[in-house]
Design a protein around this ligand. Structure first.
Ligand SMILES: NC(=O)c1ccc[n+]([C@@H]2O[C@H](COP(=O)([O-])OP(=O)(O)OC[C@H]3O[C@@H](n4cnc5c(N)ncnc54)[C@H](OP(=O)(O)O)[C@@H]3O)[C@@H](O)[C@H]2O)c1
Length: 321
């Protein structure tokens, strides 16, 4: 047993070291230069950061979302960040709750870019009010939430990928989808977790089919933990308000990572053509964060430890045992 544990720890550490050194040797910006990139959910949050990283690297970028004013602002920022005056930046206003929109988004992106090297499917409907995270009772609101989540977080992903794959086939391109660690912790927001789990399963299958055809398209599935941005914090606040769990405990337990860093790491995973990418890398291993903070910020380390223990006891009492 001890031997197996040691072997597991040694394997994990070697893998992380390997990833660290391999990652630091790759010139990601060179890989992304002059590439044609389509990013959904690019009006805010992680999608906006991914678009900015690609623009800085010299990619041609198309972003998609519903809020025109935000898209307009982000597109202006992208033009300012690009090292090349010939790089192309464009935005598409689209609502993925409409089942016909996904195909027209791919057509418009191709019309503008000419070809497609990367498609980053990242948009999502996330809990926006305390009643979105109540325990499942199957009431009308919850059934509508589930239908919306399946439509936006699953069906539109499938349709976008279906129409993008022939172009990725030509370019040996990369398809990346953003899933969530919530698929392993579905108790808080069943519609969201269920849609993300379905999406992850679908793209795992698609990747296997692509591998069998021996084409060079890559499919990357990203599992994100808690990200310290507006959406992440809002989600925690909803859970906190509806379930009475201390929001600081949730934040400490899943200790939230910076969204800019997250955006860059996701793009790197697509450029490396990873099959799966988990970020933050030590999701749930809060003890590692405690140790890390012990050196840089002892107060936070104590707080993380204390809140995490309280959080576990709270969850245990309320939901599981
Ligand atoms: N933040 C976290 O802690 C966290 C954790 C795990 C996973 N994730 C995942 O990370 C991805 C990005 O989330 P984020 O944190 O960056 O949140 P965000 O800032 O709210 O980004 C969501 C994006 O999706 C777009 N969107 C939402 N509904 C849409 C629709 N019906 N049609 C078209 N676009 C739509 C939004 O733009 P408009 O409102 O302008 O349409 C926005 O650009 C999501 O897939 C999310 O599930 C986030």
């Amino acid at each position: 047993m001890i031997f197996k544990l040691k072997a597991l720890v040694a394997g994990f550490l070697s893998y992380q070291l390997y990833r660290f050194f391999i990652s630091s040797e790759i010139d990601y910006k060179e890989l992304l230069k002059n590439r044609n990139v389509l990013i959904t959910g690019g009006s805010s949050g992680i999608g906006e950061e991914m678009a900015k990283y690609c623009a800085e690297a010299g990619s041609n970028v198309v972003i998609v979302a519903r809020r025109k004013s935000l898209l307009d602002k982000v597109a202006t920022d992208l033009r300012g960040l690009s090292p090349s005056p010939t790089s192309k930046m464009h935005y598409i206003v689209a609502d993925f709750s409409d089942p016909d929109v996904s195909e027209s988004v791919i057509n418009e992106a191709i019309q503008f870019l000419g070809s497609l090297d990367y498609i980053i499917i990242n948009h999502a409907i996330i809990p926006s009010s305390p009643k979105d995270v109540l325990k499942w009772s199957g009431n009308e609101h919850q059934r509508n939430q589930l239908a919306s989540a399946m439509n936006i977080n699953f069906n539109s992903y499938v349709t976008l990928a279906t129409h993008a794959l022939p172009y990725l086939h030509i370019s040996n391109g990369s398809l990346l989808v953003v899933s969530s660690a919530m698929i392993d912790l579905p108790a808080f927001y069943l519609p969201y977790s269920t849609s993300k789990a379905a999406m992850s399963a679908f793209f795992t299958g698609i990747r296997q089919e692509i591998i069998q055809t021996k084409t060079n398209i890559s499919v990357t599935i990203v599992h994100l933990g808690l990200i310290e941005n507006q959406a992440g914090l809002a989600g925690c606040q909803q859970i906190s308000a509806s379930r009475g769990v201390d929001v600081r405990a949730i934040l400490s337990m899943y200790a939230a990572t910076d969204q800019k860093e997250t955006g860059r790491e996701i793009i790197w995973a697509a450029a490396r053509k990873d099959a799966y990418f988990y970020y933050p890398r030590c999701q749930g291993l809060w003890i590692l964060r405690v140790l890390r903070n012990l050196f840089s910020d002892p107060d936070r380390a104590v707080n993380t430890l204390e809140s995490s223990v309280l959080y576990i006891l709270d969850i245990k009492k309320k939901y599981f045992w």
